[in-house]
Design a protein around this ligand. Structure first.
Ligand SMILES: [Zn+2]
Length: 206
């Protein structure tokens, strides 16, 4: 059974203005984001495809994975994409103490130089997000969740969601992780073509 929303409606996002859910609804631009990498083979596939469409993206990466793949990190920045902090070990905010969580964010910051932060699972308790804002981060969530991580979901259903919910200014979540690779290979080329046909381009968040 599906337990996550494909789309976050504006009546909800408008109530939580400390977070970035989407950008300007008037501009024909979307913001593709890829979480949980870098994963050499998967990230390379994503980068090649972005390049062929002249799209730019933001990668919310795990500090420990960046530590192990410093060349990919440098390459992505050099290509004009952005990288944000997604904690050092993909911690769930609801399962760990604030002090440990913040230490983990700080540890990731040793490898990821960015003022963008996305909490793993989109979960962040009140005191933790206050502390993260105080550290100078912008907290980036999304308005469209692709569902690429859902191994029970067919690519056609993921595309249907993306086609129905993408708007000007949308921030869309994908994952450049091994688990999502097969799905990405099917979904991303079709979705990027759709964006292009709609006259939309993708920019990075910085
Ligand atoms: Zn994640």
């Amino acid at each position: 059974m599906k337990t996550y929303p494909d789309h976050i409606p504006s009546w909800f996002t408008d109530r939580f203005t400390s977070f970035l859910w989407h950008k300007d609804r008037m501009e024909p631009v979307v913001y593709l984001t890829f979480d949980d990498g870098p994963t050499p083979e998967v990230t390379a596939f994503v980068l090649e495809l972005l390049k062929s469409f002249y799209f730019y993206a933001t990668f919310f990466w795990i500090g420990d994975c960046v530590k192990k793949n410093p060349a990919i990190y440098k390459d992505v920045l050099q290509k004009g994409h952005a990288v944000g902090n997604h904690t050092h070990n993909h911690l769930n905010s609801w399962s760990v103490l604030r002090s440990r969580y913040l230490r983990n964010v700080d540890k990731a910051a040793r490898f990821i130089e960015s003022n963008l932060f996305r909490p793993p699972y989109g979960k962040l308790s009140y005191r933790k997000y206050k502390a993260i804002l105080e550290r100078g981060y912008e907290i980036v969530l999304w308005d469209v969740l692709s569902g690429d991580f859902d191994t029970n979901r067919k690519p056609a259903s993921i595309l249907e969601n993306l086609y129905a919910n993408t708007q000007n200014g949308s921030i869309i979540v994908f994952h450049d992780s091994k688990k999502c690779f097969e799905t990405l290979k099917e979904v991303l080329p079709a979705y990027f073509s759709f964006l292009k046909e709609k006259g939309l381009t993708s920019k990075s968040l910085v």
